[in-house]
Structures are given as C-alpha cells and as structure tokens.
Design a protein around this ligand. Structure first.
Ligand SMILES: [Zn+2]
Ligand SMILES: [Zn+2]
Length: 310
C-alpha cells in the first residue's frame, strides 16, 4: 500500500509528474498551499481587498470558494460570491442552488445577476438567433458572462474578481490563441496584467493546478457535483485541443506544466508588448477595440432577431 510522503498516512493520490504520494488531508493542504503561492507570486490580492469570487456552481468554482474562504483571514481579504444566471432551463438552476448551499454554509455574501435583468434576454432566448452563426455558443455566452461579472463586481463593490480557471484551461486558451493566429490577444493571459480601463482586476488562483487535481479536491471535500452539463456545450476546436493535451500528458507526465511555463515566458516577453490599447465603446463606454464593444454588437443582433420574430 502506498503511504503519504508528508505524514506516512494512507496514500490517496500520486502526482505522476513528481511521483509524490499524499493522503487525503495532505493532498487538500497541498492544493490550498499551491493556490496561496500562485496568488503571492503574482500579487493577485492585497490586504484589505474585497474579493469577488465568480461561482458558477460547477466543482471548480465551489473548490475556489472553499480554498479562498480558508485563507481569507491570513490574506486579510473579504469575500463576496458572484453568480451569473445565463437562463438555461434545467442546467443553471441546479448549479446556482449548489452555489447558494455552499455560500450559506460558509456564511459568504452571495450576489446573483441574470442575463435577463442585465441584457433583456435569457441565453435560451438568444441562442435561437445564434444558430448557424460561425461564433460558438460558448464564445457567444462568454462575451455576455464577462460583462455580467463586471456589472456584478461593480454592484458588489469589489476591486478584484477571482475565477476558477485551472492550468488546463490556461494552456488550452494559450494554444487556442496560437491556432487562431490571435497572438495579439495573448497579453490578456498575463497573470500580472492590469489595465486601468477595466473596472476590476481578474485573477486565477488555480492557474498552476491541474484540472484533475481540482476535481479530486472538490470530490474529497464533499462538494456537490452537477448532474447535467450545459445543453449548448459545443466547444469545437477547444475540445480537440483538450484531448490532444490530455494525450500528451498521458504519454509524458508534466508536459502541461512545461507548456504553462513556456506560455508564461511567451506572454511576459511578447504578449504585453503586443497588447492593443482599448478605447471606450461608443454606446456603453466599456472597453472595446473600436466602435461598439462585443456585448453591444451581439446584443443589437439578438434584439433585432427577437423583435423580428415578434
Ligand atoms: Zn499525509
Ligand atoms: Zn458597449
């Protein structure tokens, strides 16, 4: 039987890339410790920060809330959970109830904002328009979700928003940008990125932790799992990139870690220099690359379609 390298207890998980075996307790502590180190390295939060935690209700975001809650006193931060209800019948309701359950258990303030109240339509209503368009459901939804989180952050009075993006998400996004020939967008991935034209800082405390380990942490902490996945989930190229990276990792343990380090090197040496300056949207004043921002552009298209359909 394998034993924990830290305390000699019963082995629970072995990190293939390092060979280290840990018991449940030491594994959980290693996740908290790793998040804390990442946050310190990139100065993600500062003493006195009121931190908005984006909680979709999925396992990663519940795990993030639990970890940040555990270290909030040491870090001198105050937490507010932020959830966005896109309006996907049967799917988001379950996730939001998981988020409500954990926030009330931990005694954390919880703000829920919906697409309907912010934009005038639910994702269910909007996606009827979107069918056959080249933009995928996930990138369409993501444009509105980022705005909704900014609005929620303003409402909650937070200076920084933490999201549960993990190492896998990070390297996938890096590869996606390369495959789309979108090198000018790499600067957004810089963990130390700050842009005064954006109302809040975005930080990713899990960006150096494998998705597999976050899932295991959520499971071993007894966090609820969603029973349904998003009916619109269709990520196209991203799922191919995910499978490809998983395959590489299976054959060469630690490959994702190496790719993360390389991405960070590229981003810090090239990304920030290539970053395009943003200008205020001519309609809503939020940052855009010129003219209307993505939210206003897509919102207009959806409204036109909804009115036309009558
Ligand atoms: Zn142990
Ligand atoms: Zn706008």
């Amino acid at each position: 039987m394998s034993v924990c390298a830290k305390c000699g207890g019963k082995g629970f998980y072995t990190r293939r890339y390092s060979g280290e075996t840990l018991c449940v307790g030491c594994f959980g502590e290693s996740i908290v410790e790793k998040s804390r180190r990442t946050m310190a390295k990139y100065r993600m939060v500062r003493r006195g920060d009121r931190v908005g935690v984006a909680v979709s209700g999925g396992k990663d975001s519940l795990a993030l809330l639990k970890v940040l809650h555990g270290i909030r006193q040491d870090q001198g931060t105050e937490l507010v959970a932020i959830s966005v209800d896109e309006g996907v019948a049967g799917y988001r309701d379950e996730a939001i109830s998981h988020a409500r359950g954990l926030t009330s258990e931990l005694g954390i303030e919880h703000l829920v904002l919906s697409y309907k109240e912010l934009f005038g339509f639910t994702l269910d209503e909007a996606l009827d328009w979107k069918e056959d368009r080249e933009v995928s459901s996930c990138s369409f939804c993501g444009v509105f979700r980022r705005r909704a989180i900014d609005e929620a952050a303003a409402k909650a009075g937070v200076s920084v928003v933490a999201t549960a993006h993990n190492l896998d998400d990070y390297v996938q996004t890096f590869m996606m940008n390369l495959l789309h020939g979108d090198v000018s967008r790499l600067g957004w991935l810089d963990p130390a990125y700050e842009d005064d034209s954006f109302p809040v800082r975005r930080v990713k405390p899990f960006m150096e932790i494998y998705e597999e380990e976050i899932a295991l942490f959520a499971y071993s902490s007894g966090l609820p799992l969603q029973s349904v996945s998003c009916p619109y989930m269709h990520e196209g190229l991203r799922s191919e990139v995910r499978d490809w990276l998983d395959e590489l990792e299976a054959g060469h343990s630690g490959m994702k870690n190496v790719l993360l380090r390389s991405s960070l090197d590229v981003i810090t040496n090239y990304g920030s220099a290539s970053r395009k300056a943003s200008v205020p949207c001519s309609n809503c004043g939020n940052p855009s690359s010129g003219g209307l921002c993505n939210v206003c552009r897509m919102k207009a298209a959806v409204e036109q379609h909804i009115n036309y359909r009558g």
